[in-house]
Write a new protein. Structure first.
Length: 175
């Protein structure tokens, strides 16, 4: 009688097939986990950009009409604190955070080619519009009253709208 030592060719082939199947399943799980990580990272990055944009816009809206700490600054062009023509939101205030003196600012927001653009100038119509951290915007709406202003950005594709609202920090001169 012969004793058997080792594996037959059929056993080796079956073991190799099972091993390849398990490695294939493991590879697809790892690839799927990588896709989930990339998607989660993209969503977090987009949310961070939305938060950054919302904070800057909210700051501008809140300061609309601000005339400096002593209240005697002049708004650019002598215009109102906020205007909301159909395709823009224009905000005017005096910036006095950075040392001595005051700087009258006119900030304008608009949507062009699917992106939010922002213009910063020291007089009415001054400055160039530049892309501002956000793309994929389909619609833009702005409104204001005596107490505050609102900007709504619509993205489409099932993404929720971003509504940014702020109450003015300082009453209109003469109120």
């Amino acid at each position: 009688m012969r004793t058997r030592t080792g594996l037959t060719l059929v056993e080796v082939l079956v073991a190799a097939a099972v091993l390849l199947l398990l490695l294939g399943l493991l590879g697809s799980l790892i690839r799927g986990a990588g896709d989930v990580y990339r998607t989660t990272d993209e969503i977090a990055s987009r949310e961070d950009r939305l938060d950054a944009v919302a904070n800057v816009v909210r700051y501008d809206l809140r300061l609309a009409g601000y005339r400096g700490a002593d209240g005697d600054g002049t708004l650019p062009g002598g215009g109102p604190r906020v205007e909301a023509p159909s395709d823009q939101l224009i905000v005017r205030y005096v910036e006095d955070r950075y040392g001595s003196g005051t700087t009258p600012l006119e900030i304008a927001y608009r949507v062009r080619d699917g992106g939010l653009e922002r213009r910063v100038g020291t007089s009415a119509g001054d400055g160039e519009f530049e892309p501002f951290l956000l793309s994929g915007v389909e619609r833009f709406a702005a409104s204001h009253d005596d107490e505050g202003a609102t900007m709504t950005l619509s993205f489409g594709g099932g993404r929720p709208d971003l509504t940014i609202a702020a109450t003015f920090a300082q009453p209109e001169a003469g109120e």
